[in-house]
Design a protein around this ligand. Structure first.
Ligand SMILES: O=C(O)CCC(=O)C(=O)O
Length: 389
């Protein structure tokens, strides 16, 4: 486990008169997170379904940490891509070129691909952005004098920019978990990188994902799907996502009220996701979650990718958060599912000894995919059709 004690102390100092309270909160949260017992390798039963005890634990808490999913070679592959991409980020929010004057990776993107913040800011908290779901603004500590004026927070549509992320998206065990939870006709949601650089990385205020199904007659804990959160550098109480276990079952939460009851933004009962590099969290989109600004020494990059049940999406008007609101018909869903087709083929060509995942909907539709330059072109702006619910 990453030792975050130095970072916890350093982070607390950013909070002035609340320093002691912050330090105690981080330490206590870390301890409770490790006591939850919701972590371990991915295990399946004899029928190939996710092991019952893991399914139950995920259902109880709303998140589960699969340990050691991404091996050392694949992690190195992803890091290489992340470093290459980072060097080719636009020089700032308004720029189309990187710091070397080359066209930035997203210079021609039609879709939203990069969200920025002031250092240690909370760009979404207390705003109407993303359907107003980040109801409160978190404390924004003062960054050091040398910090850049703006830092990247979220990169969207990541599969078109990184082959390594595309390959990780088709990890056969993760897709088997997906099949177990969302059914064999599961569909994509969206893919993103959450970037938390040390000393500057921004907060993502407390929120629940999901827009469309809160008042549905069929509401249940899985109706808004889940995200996999693959940890490339690990995740700590300081830089990681915090969740309030069990809140994925209770419907829409009045977060302002919860903050009032807790006496501060440090919500009572919440725990951080504590992960080593290579761990992958499955996180219910309905759970109350968020992350504080990264005032510590360790960087976090999460490779995020989510999936839905087909029934949650088919014939539903999207929530308009990750893509324009439109009714998702069979054609849109089939087009958007090309990400799965290309990813399986891209993974096959790199990990030749691995048994690839068999995605059932391609069997019935007869659709086949090839991973080549045309496929790369076909993925450009694919996220304009994110199945955002
Ligand atoms: O990674 C983070 O800091 C936030 C992640 C998040 O809010 C999400 O995946 O919905």
């Amino acid at each position: 486990m990453n030792d975050s004690s130095r970072s916890i102390k350093a982070c607390a100092q950013y909070y002035g008169e609340n320093a002691a309270a912050v330090e105690a909160y981080l330490l206590e949260g870390e301890k409770r997170a490790l006591e939850l017992g919701n972590r371990g390798p991915i295990l399946f039963d004899d029928q190939g379904k996710l092991a019952r005890e893991i399914r139950n634990s995920y259902s109880k808490n709303g998140f589960y940490i699969f340990e050691n999913v991404i091996g050392a070679e694949e992690l190195a592959d992803i890091k290489k891509d992340l470093n290459r991409l980072r060097a080719n980020f636009p020089a700032g929010p308004e720029s189309k070129v990187d710091l070397n004057g080359n066209p930035a990776f997203n210079a021609d993107s039609k879709s939203l691909t990069l969200l920025w913040s002031k250092p240690l800011g909370d760009p979404l908290g207390g705003t109407e952005l993303a359907n107003g779901r980040h109801q409160v603004k978190l404390f924004e500590p003062e960054a050091s004098v040398g910090a850049p004026p703006a830092v990247p927070v979220i990169l969207l549509g990541s599969l078109q920019f990184s082959d390594a992320c595309l390959r990780a998206y088709a990890h056969p065990k993760l897709l088997k978990v997906t099949e177990s939870i969302n059914g064999e006709d599961f569909v994509p949601f969206n893919e993103a990188l959450f970037i938390k650089e040390p000393g500057v990385g921004a907060a993502v205020s407390w929120h629940q994902d999901g827009v469309t199904h809160w008042d549905s007659r069929d509401f249940d804990e899985d109706i808004h799907g889940f995200n996999f959160m693959a940890q490339i550098y690990g995740s700590t109480a300081v830089n990681g996502v915090w969740v309030l276990p069990g809140t994925h079952k209770v419907g829409k939460i009045d977060i302002k009220n919860l903050v009032k009851e807790s006496g501060s933004e440090r919500l009572k009962g919440a725990v951080p996701m504590i992960c080593n590099p290579g761990d992958v969290v499955i996180c219910n989109r309905q759970i109350l979650h968020g992350s504080f600004p990264n005032c510590g020494y360790e960087k976090r990059v999460t490779v995020n990718f989510g999936f839905h049940k087909r029934s949650s999406v088919l014939g539903i008007k999207g929530g308009g958060v990750h893509s324009e609101a439109q009714v998702f018909d069979e054609e849109i869903i089939s087009r958007r599912s090309k990400s799965i087709g290309y990813a399986i083929e891209a993974r096959k060509s790199k990990y030749k000894d691995e048994k690839p995942f068999d995605y059932r909907p391609f069997k019935s539709s007869g659709k086949t995919y090839v991973w080549d330059d045309n496929a790369r072109k076909d993925l450009i702006d694919y996220n304009l059709e994110d199945l955002s619910i």
